[in-house]
Design a protein around this ligand. Structure first.
Ligand SMILES: Nc1ncnc2c1ncn2[C@@H]1O[C@H](COP(=O)(O)OP(=O)(O)OP(=O)(O)O)[C@@H](O)[C@H]1O
Length: 269
């Protein structure tokens, strides 16, 4: 579904992300990890063609996206930004209907079909109860769900999600990951960022890790989310623990290790 080959991206002629390659199949979830400033958003901006690649190619369904119009790209790729305020107090239904823009002609207004697709997106995420609420009056978690509904109404093949769990409490983070897993079970391809490597264990099929000054890593969760790789990316000691849940399922989790006062002082000297 998405194939990235030797992609370099950045601002002006200055590369931030160098020669990254990965592919995501239809219905897979790829979690993009990396420390602050590593270039996750820069990579997303390039996939979404807001930035021109400095080298390499992005292919969707085997076709290079170079030269695609914004409308063509919007039909293929939906973007879910981090939940934000809106300049005008639109209703939730209006915000979700805006997802249909890529399918409308110039100056056309949404048809009854567009409105029913917007309603379906609300139903699919079980947030129809928010339909007539004002977007600006919603909580961060509710806004995040509305933005996903807007991207679903766009009916893309691929969803690109920038930190979909940011600002969510512990329970809502997991509920959000469950929703993302449901979408992928129904065939949606998802590329998401997270600041929590545990999220990769919980819901992704593949992981990509951007590390400042070190080679880009992409592969299965087991291959990429290791103590050594996390230490090289984030600069802290992490152990990967495995336990058997009450359901009998084996689950893995990342356990960060705090440094002692002596180790911290040693680091300063
Ligand atoms: N418009 C810009 N012009 C020049 N440099 C930029 C621009 N936007 C971001 N950068 C730089 O590119 C680098 C990567 O930034 P980016 O936002 O892609 O990182 P990130 O991995 O998404 O970080 P975070 O996890 O903190 O959101 C940073 O050093 C940043 O300062």
């Amino acid at each position: 579904m998405l194939e990235v080959e030797n992609l370099s991206c950045g601002y002006g002629s200055q590369p931030i992300v160098k020669e990254v390659s990965f592919s995501v199949q239809s219905g897979e979830i790829m979690c993009l990890l990396g420390p602050n400033g590593a270039g996750k958003t820069t990579l997303f901006k390039t996939l979404l063609a807001f930035l021109k690649p400095l080298g390499g190619t992005v292919k969707i369904k085997g076709q290079s996206t170079e030269g695609w119009s914004r409308q063509m790209l919007a039909r293929a790729v939906g973007y879910v930004p981090q939940a934000h305020g809106a300049p005008f107090p639109f209703s939730v239904f209006d915000v979700v209907t805006m997802g249909r823009t890529a399918h409308l002609g110039l100056f056309a207004s949404p048809s009854s079909k567009d409105r029913s697709i917007a309603d379906e997106a609300l139903q699919r995420l079980q947030i129809t109860y928010l339909r007539d609420r004002t977007y600006t009056e919603l909580s961060g978690g509710e806004r995040q769900m509305v933005l996903i509904a807007r991207a679903l109404a766009q009916q893309p093949d691929i969803l690109i999600m920038d930190e979909p769990t940011s600002n969510l409490d512990f329970g809502n983070q997991i509920r959000m990951l469950e929703q993302i897993r449901l979408l992928s079970n129904r065939g949606m391809t998802v590329v998401m960022t997270s600041h929590f490597p545990d999220h990769a264990f919980l819901c992704s099929d593949k992981v990509a890790l951007l590390r400042r000054g070190l080679p880009f890593l992409a592969g299965s969760v087991q291959e990429v989310v290791t103590s050594d790789n996390l230490k090289s990316a984030y600069g802290i000691d992490v152990e990967i623990a495995e336990l058997t849940a009450a359901t009998g399922e084996n689950v893995k989790t990342c356990v960060p290790l705090m440094r002692t006062e002596g180790q911290l002082l040693e680091g300063l000297s």
